[in-house]
Design a binder for this molecule. Structure first.
Ligand SMILES: Nc1ncnc2c1ncn2[C@@H]1O[C@H](COP(=O)(O)OP(=O)(O)OP(=O)(O)O)[C@@H](O)[C@H]1O
Ligand SMILES: Cc1ncc(COP(=O)(O)O)c(N)n1
Length: 274
């Protein structure tokens, strides 16, 4: 799924999940926290909770196109993000519609597999994403397993991460953020790596929080970035605050559900204030 947000002329988008922790819900909560107006284009629905994804339902492509038209004919969109796009047909329609309209900066969160193991992007959709969507994007934010699939290589060392980011950038996306939530180091730190469009790069390192309440961490990080791109902030300024927001949303835990719980989207980290 996939959706949009809007702030006095700005827009964002993402995925859906209906118990409230990941996908569209994590995105909407983050956009609201960051004070951007959020609107959505829903590409698919999931039945899920903190135990996992129980079912999913793909929205007909004609209806996805109709949603694009409704949004583009009315709102002044400045940035948008994708979430789970499910299959090749849906990646194709999103890429095609994106090309038609002026919708600002596109952030791709290439959601492939949910924490519980459910596949939210088919194998054949990955090629469509590489060929049709990635070349249109301002930023892509794969986690380590997703980066491995995109480059078709195992990623173990810091050097592997850097090489993978270069390879993904060559696919046509301007900036590449490889999230490190699936690989803590010997000091229990999680390191995210970003390769910027000017060729410079940076590692963002934060201590690991010992918790299983990490449902929607990637959605939250990419939604924070998208919201602040919509507000006009520079990506290099946004990154440290995005990492801090996600870290605090994990650390200041809330007790919801019995499995992989959601983050705390009430934390107060903004671009203006720590
Ligand atoms: N236990 C943790 N403690 C601290 N930071 C974490 C932890 N788990 C993940 N992170 C951070 O959360 C962000 C998201 O990374 P991650 O690799 O988990 O994304 P993801 O797998 O796409 O998440 P999701 O699929 O839940 O949306 C990164 O900044 C990562 O470093
Ligand atoms: C619709 C949707 N989008 C994204 C995720 C990723 O979140 P996680 O990996 O934490 O399960 C999800 N579970 N559901």
């Amino acid at each position: 799924m996939f959706f949009l947000s809007y702030f006095g002329g700005n827009h964002v988008r993402s995925t859906t999940s209906y118990y409230g922790g990941a996908g569209i819900n994590a995105d909407l909560k983050t956009f609201h926290n960051q004070q951007v107006y959020a609107a959505t284009i829903v590409v698919g629905l999931t039945a899920q909770n903190t135990y996992g994804v129980q079912d999913q339902y793909a929205i007909p492509t004609s209806f996805i196109s109709e949603q694009f038209k409704s949004i583009a004919n009315d709102l002044n969109i400045k940035a948008a993000k994708t979430g789970a796009l499910l299959d090749a047909k849906r990646v194709h329609i999103v890429a095609k519609e994106w090309q038609q309209y002026e919708l600002g900066k596109l952030v791709i969160d290439p959601v492939m597999v949910a924490k519980g193991g459910a596949h939210l992007l088919s194998d054949e959709a990955i090629l469509t994403m590489i060929n049709e969507l990635i070349p249109q994007a301002y930023l892509i934010t794969p986690n380590l397993p997703e980066a491995q699939v995109l480059v078709n290589q195992t990623i173990k060392t810091d050097n592997d991460v850097q090489q993978a980011a270069k390879k993904i950038q060559k696919m046509g996306v301007r900036n590449v953020l490889i999230k490190g939530g699936h690989r803590s180091n010997s000091e229990n730190n999680y390191a995210d790596y970003i390769l910027y469009e000017d060729g410079s790069f940076k590692w963002f390192v934060m201590p690991g929080v010992d918790t299983n309440r990490t449902h929607g961490t990637g959605d939250t990080l990419s939604a924070f970035i998208t919201a602040n791109l919509a507000k006009g902030y520079d990506l290099k300024m946004i990154m440290p605050q995005a990492k801090k927001f996600t870290y605090e949303a994990i650390r200041q835990t809330i007790n919801v559900g019995h499995g992989h719980g959601p983050l705390n989207h009430w934390v107060e980290i903004t671009m203006e204030r720590d």
